[in-house]
Design a protein around this ligand. Structure first.
Ligand code: ADP
Ligand code: ZN
Ligand code: ZN
Length: 716
């Protein structure tokens, strides 16, 4: 029974629904409803044998009544109690779908909280009435240096001038501020100004990592709850439960929440009063989504801000070269598209860490830690200071090796080694997850002597425990070493708890991966050491130097953040780097904390080589049973493009397909093809016209598992 058939004058409604990836079904489906529905209305509609969530979309030229002889299915119901999503939100979704070459419905539905899709109308109605699910307790603002009410903090001269400029100009802004220069305070003030300007104004503040949100949320809540109530600040990130996410989303959508804090997914929050967007650590690669629509939340923030007339502030101590270039002033011949604001000094005149470079060629063979570094750590722990040791590789050792026959712990499913985890005696593949017990003897020759090669965080922790076993802190207890990485923080809340231990001073030396190097406001850490091997210095990815520089500066940024604390200690903050290539140019710039010089050098190279930001790129990725099939698919698609003389093709260069660096994962072969163009518009026109050809090509290649397009890819 289709009620639409009975209704004499049903209205035709266009609805965005999520159809299977790359399906032939168009972006919008037509449904019937007795009454017209406003665009943005959330509805439940039949799709095949299921009933799914959909969003009513702007039907530019669909007539108000059904054309004769056609009987679209009827809309099953309207989601009760939720106002339609506004036109600005729909424009954002439509742009994202177009720019990143995905279906509109897929993007629209992925941008909504999962529970909207899952709950029935009755459950949802109940949820809307029910009081909020309890949120996990936040760290006390104040523990970390005392964030006080607005009136109590006197802005530094830099903060003062930057805040005034943000007020006086439309932006977008690139806030280039050293680690510890007080960027967060600038965000707080800017948010406050934006909210004060209108009772419906809202602000969106994004950070790269889930684990940075609790500390940030505490600061924002301490500042704004007294002004706008407890419900004024909400978070949105994937670490939340689905009910919490729904709750935050609804609060933002209804305008009740004035400030949304979140990770990249928060860029799609419905914010009818959006007046300001902050993107902290804007250079961070995690703003790029790596599945589905591969959007850049930073780039979308700029688009959304411009579209809405909202201010946008990008902040970083080591901006992406794209943003640095875009903000180079017109007076110096640059594009001057963003306004660059600088805060070179640290709060309270705290020193930036000094670089201590250790030439590993001069150290005892096989040493994990150079003796001078061990001495420096010991000294600091004895004075009650904390140290942070970074290595971006978890496990005990990246590979086990038999010296007798050459056997290595290769993953049977991937072109990668299985990593040795000593704690539970397993070999684990970090690509496909395959795990097994460590063999007692070499599977190749029976040699019982198989040895770990290289090092991971587990090994650093063990070594440091050994090296510091006789070191006593001023509190007359033995030095404590702790480790934080993806393995220690699997349980919910584990990371918060471990970080709290560090903040409370219960840990003297913290060993960790990149996840602890970003953004945390540690108060008593005065020494940071990176013991990474030098791989990144010689990587084939043209962004590798930029990444390495940013990571090292950010690591340094964890040391000596508290001028008061430093004043009571004898030591200066230091960044120690162990390297086999101390002469490498990157270290000279790091030593001077000279990002502008580093960026200038990199931009010159990129300009000469015609690389981003002076060119625009896209990747086609294909996964297949064999490497040949993956490459043949792309080759054929490229030839089809040439034959069809697609729009923009005279300005788009297609490189030949190549295998990925890790070529095989979980028994699937992976390849990619790079597209490059000096003209973003040409590349966009080309990609849009190419989509149907790629679809058509797909079915001709047996063994092709999946393919995708990545616009503005981050890793090449
Ligand atoms: P960034 O984000 O630039 O690395 P933060 O915003 O975390 O730096 O600021 C570093 C520290 O300085 C924080 O503990 C913050 O509370 C403190 N701080 C910031 N601005 C001021 C100020 N004007 N007066 C005193 N302390 C400040
Ligand atoms: Zn062997
Ligand atoms: Zn594997």
């Amino acid at each position: 029974m289709n009620p639409a058939l009975d209704a004499p004058a049903a209205h035709l409604v266009q609805v965005a629904v999520s159809t299977p990836a790359h399906s032939a079904v168009g972006d919008l489906l037509s449904y019937a409803n007795p009454l017209p529905l406003a665009p943005g209305t959330l509805v439940r509609v039949p799709l095949g044998t299921r009933e799914v969530l959909g969003v009513v979309w702007d039907a530019a030229d669909a007539g108000p009544t059904l054309p004769p002889g056609m009987a679209p299915r009827a809309i099953a119901g309207v989601l009760p109690g939720i106002a339609p999503l506004d036109a600005a939100w729909r424009r954002l979704v439509a742009f994202t779908a177009r720019y990143y070459q995905r279906a509109l419905g897929e993007v629209a539905l992925a941008a909504l909280p999962p529970q909207l899709r899952e709950l029935t109308a009755e459950q949802l109605a109940r949820r809307l009435r029910r009081p909020a699910p309890a949120l996990p307790p936040l760290p006390q603002a104040g523990e970390d240096g005392g964030d006080a009410a607005v009136g109590d903090i006197k802005l530094s001269a830099d903060q003062e001038s930057v805040t005034a400029q943000i007020n006086a100009h439309p932006g977008p802004f690139l806030l280039f501020g050293s680690t510890g220069s007080g960027k967060t305070e600038v965000y707080l003030r800017s948010v406050q100004q934006a909210l004060a300007a209108s009772p419906t104004a809202q602000a969106l503040v994004m950070v790269p990592e889930i684990n940075l949100t609790p500390q940030l949320e505490a600061r924002f809540r301490a500042r704004f709850a007294p002004l706008y109530g407890e419900g004024a600040v909400v978070s949105l990130h994937s670490g939340m439960t689905n009910p919490q996410r729904l709750k935050s989303w609804l609060a933002a959508h209804s305008g009740q929440a004035r400030i949304v804090l979140g990770t990249r997914m928060a860029i799609f929050a419905s914010l009818p009063g959006l007046a300001l967007i902050v993107v902290d650590e804007e250079h961070d690669a995690s703003y790029k989504q790596q599945e589905g629509a591969r959007y850049s939340a930073r780039d979308l923030a700029l688009w959304r801000g411009r579209d809405r007339g909202a201010r946008v502030i990008l902040g970083s101590a080591t901006p992406s070269l794209e943003s640095w270039h875009a903000s180079s002033p017109a007076s110096e011949g640059g594009p001057g598209r963003y306004q660059r604001l600088e805060m070179p000094g640290r709060i309270g005149a705290a020193e930036l860490p000094r670089l201590r470079l250790i030439d590993m060629g001069q150290q005892p063979r096989g040493a994990v830690f150079a003796p001078p570094l061990v001495a420096a750590i010991t000294e600091r722990v004895e004075r009650g200071e904390q140290c942070l040791v970074l290595l971006n590789r978890r496990g005990f050792a990246p590979v086990l090796h038999c010296h007798a026959c050459g056997w290595k712990s290769d993953c049977p499913h991937c072109s990668a080694h299985q990593v040795f985890h000593k704690i539970d005696r397993t070999l684990r593949c970090h690509h496909c997850g395959a795990a097994q017990r460590v063999p007692r003897a070499c599977p190749g020759c029976g040699n019982p002597d198989i040895a770990p090669v290289g090092r991971g965080t587990e090994q650093l922790e063990e070594q440091l425990q050994q090296l510091l076993r006789n070191v006593i802190t001023p509190e007359r207890r033995a030095a404590r070493v702790a480790r934080i990485d993806a393995d220690t923080t699997k349980a919910k809340g584990a990371l918060e708890e471990q970080l709290a231990q560090v903040h409370a001073g219960a840990v003297d030396v913290l060993v960790g991966t990149q996840m602890v190097a970003k953004g945390h406001d540690f108060r008593r850490i005065t020494l940071v050491a990176a013991v990474q091997p030098d791989g990144a210095l010689f990587s084939s990815d043209f962004r590798a130097p930029e990444r390495l520089f940013a990571r090292r500066m950010q690591a340094a940024g964890r040391a000596g953040r508290d001028a008061h604390y430093l004043a009571t200690q004898q030591s200066r903050p230091e960044l120690w780097l162990q390297t086999w290539h101390p002469e490498h140019a990157i270290f000279a710039a790091l030593r001077r904390h000279d990002y502008p010089a580093f960026a200038a050098g990199q931009l010159t190279e990129r300009r000469e080589a015609g690389m981003p930001p002076f060119a625009h790129q896209a990747l086609v990725r294909a996964d297949a049973r064999t490497q040949e099939v993956a490459q043949a698919f792309m080759q054929a698609a490229a030839e089809a493009a040439r034959a069809a003389q697609l729009p923009g093709s005279d300005q788009v260069f297609l490189f030949p397909p190549v295998p990925l660096a890790v070529q095989r994962v979980a028994n699937v072969e992976r390849a990619q093809m790079l597209l490059e163009s000096p003209n973003r518009g040409a590349l966009q026109r080309f990609l849009a016209a190419w989509q149907p050809l790629l679809h058509a090509e797909r079915s001709r290649h047996k063994g092709l598992v999946r393919w995708l397009v990545d616009v503005d890819p981050q890793g090449i």
